[in-house]
Write a protein that binds this ligand. Structure first.
Ligand SMILES: Nc1ncnc2c1ncn2[C@@H]1O[C@H](COP(=O)(O)OP(=O)(O)OP(=O)(O)O)[C@@H](O)[C@H]1O
Length: 359
C-alpha cells in the first residue's frame, strides 16, 4: 500500500519547480500556499507575481507533474492566484495606492503611443490585474475617446472619481475641458495639473497604472515624468530608421530621470495583405535596432490593422473588439512581458527574498 502523502513531501517536490523568470524555486519564493491533502488528492495555491504572467501554464503544468510524481498522489488541483509586487518607488510619494507606474512615451507624435497605452491597460485588466490609465498627454488627451468614456462620475467629497471602462480606472484632462478647446500649459501649471491627477483622484488600489505621456521629450515631458513615481518606461517607435533618433531621445529622457527602461515597442510594423504576405510600409527593423543600440529589451512589433484605428475611434480597444487579431495578440504579449519584467525588478530589489515580504 502506498504511504500517505505529507505536506512536507509536496513542498519538497515543488521546491524542484523553478519560476523561469525569477530563477528560483516556487517554495523559496513563497509562491506555494494552502497545501491540502485528502486521501490521494492534493490541492494547493500558486501565487504568481502577476496575473498577466506569460508563463503561467508552464508553471502550473510543471507544479502539477512534480506533485503527481509523488507516490500515493492520484489527483492534483492547482489554484492559480496572483499578488503583484511593488518595487517600492511609489511608497510615500503622493500616497498613491499603486504598486507599479509605467509611462508610455514616444520621441514624436502620431506613432500610436496612446493606442498602445490603452491596449496595454485593458489587456492587463483582462488578465485580472487592477489597472489605472492616466492620460498625461495634456496637449491631445484622446484616451477618453479611445476608451469610449466621455465624462467622469459625479464627484464624491474632495476627490475626483475616475471613469471606468473595460475594468480600467481612467483619468484624463479631456474629461475636464470642452471638446476642441485649445490646451495651453505653462510650466508650474503642468506640475500642479499632474499632481492633482495623482493626488486628488480617488484611485482604487492598483497593481498597474499606465501613464500616457505627451509625445516628444521637451520640458513638459520631463516635468510630467518627474512628477510621477515611475517603476519603468516604454518607448513606442515606428520601424523606419528616421524615427530612431527621436525614440532614442525618449529613451535618454527616462535614463536621465533614473527610470528603468522596460523596452522598445515597434508600432505599425507591417501590413498583412489578403494573400498573407507582409508589406513593410514604414521599412523594417527600426524598433529592434534601437533596442539593440540602447541595450534594452525589444518588447514586440504591432502590425498596422484598420481594426486598431476603428477600435480607437469607436472607443473599443482592439484587444476587446478582436482579441484574436494579430495586433491584439502582439499587444497582449507585450503587456505580459512588461508585467513580468516589473515583477522580476520588484523581486530583485535588495532585501526582497520572496513575495511574502511585500504583501
Ligand atoms: N497598429 C496600428 N494600426 C492601425 N492604426 C493605428 C495603429 N496604431 C495606431 N493607429 C492609429 O494611428 C493614429 C495615431 O495613434 P495614436 O493617437 O495612438 O498616436 P499617438 O502617438 O498617441 O499620437 P499623439 O502624438 O497625438 O499623442 C490613431 O488614429 C490610431 O488609431
Amino acid at each position: 500500500m502506498a504511504s500517505a502523502v505529507t505536506k512536507e513531501a509536496v513542498l519538497q517536490a515543488l521546491s524542484h519547480v523553478q519560476e523561469p523568470e525569477l530563477h528560483k524555486d516556487l517554495v523559496t519564493l513563497g509562491m506555494v500556499r494552502d497545501v491540502e491533502i485528502e486521501a490521494g488528492k492534493v490541492r494547493f495555491r500558486i501565487v504568481l507575481t502577476t496575473p498577466a504572467c506569460p508563463l503561467k501554464s508552464r508553471i502550473e503544468n510543471e507544479a502539477r507533474s512534480a506533485v503527481l510524481s509523488l507516490s500515493g498522489v492520484q489527483e492534483v488541483e492547482v489554484i492559480l492566484d496572483a499578488q503583484v509586487p511593488s518595487d517600492g518607488r511609489n511608497r510615500g510619494v503622493l500616497s498613491l495606492p499603486v504598486r507599479n507606474v509605467v509611462a508610455v512615451a514616444s520621441g514624436k507624435g502620431g506613432v500610436g503611443k496612446s493606442t498602445v497605452a490603452v491596449n496595454l491597460a485593458v489587456s492587463l485588466a483582462q488578465s485580472g490585474a487592477r489597472v489605472g490609465l492616466l492620460d498625461a498627454d495634456i496637449y491631445g488627451p484622446n484616451i477618453p475617446t479611445m476608451m469610449g468614456v466621455q465624462r467622469l462620475p459625479p464627484q464624491n467629497g474632495q476627490k475626483l472619481i475616475p471613469a471606468e471602462a473595460y475594468g480600467v480606472q481612467v483619468m484624463s484632462i479631456g474629461f475636464l475641458v470642452k471638446p476642441g478647446q485649445p490646451l495651453i500649459w505653462r510650466g508650474p501649471m503642468l506640475h500642479s495639473a499632474i499632481r492633482q491627477f495623482l493626488a486628488d483622484v480617488a484611485w482604487n488600489e492598483l497593481d498597474y497604472m499606465i501613464v500616457d505621456l505627451p509625445p516628444g521629450t521637451g520640458d513638459a515631458q520631463l516635468s510630467l515624468a518627474q512628477s510621477v513615481p515611475l517603476s519603468g518606461g516604454v518607448i513606442v517607435t515606428l520601424p523606419q530608421r528616421v524615427s530612431q533618433e527621436d525614440a532614442m531621445r525618449g529613451l535618454q529622457m527616462f535614463r536621465e530621470l533614473n527610470v528603468p527602461v522596460l523596452g522598445v515597442i515597434e508600432n505599425m510594423s507591417y501590413l498583412e495583405l489578403p494573400d498573407g504576405t507582409r508589406m513593410d510600409i514604414f521599412g523594417t527593423g527600426g524598433g529592434e535596432d534601437l533596442a539593440q543600440a540602447a541595450e534594452v529589451p525589444f518588447l514586440g512589433a504591432i502590425p498596422i490593422d484598420p481594426g486598431v484605428r476603428v477600435g480607437g475611434d469607436q472607443g473599443v480597444p482592439v484587444v476587446i473588439s478582436a482579441p484574436q487579431s494579430a495586433p491584439a495578440r502582439a499587444l497582449t504579449a507585450i503587456a505580459q512581458k512588461i508585467a513580468a519584467s516589473l515583477s522580476v525588478a520588484a523581486l530583485s530589489a535588495p532585501g526582497t527574498l520572496s513575495i511574502n515580504v511585500i504583501e
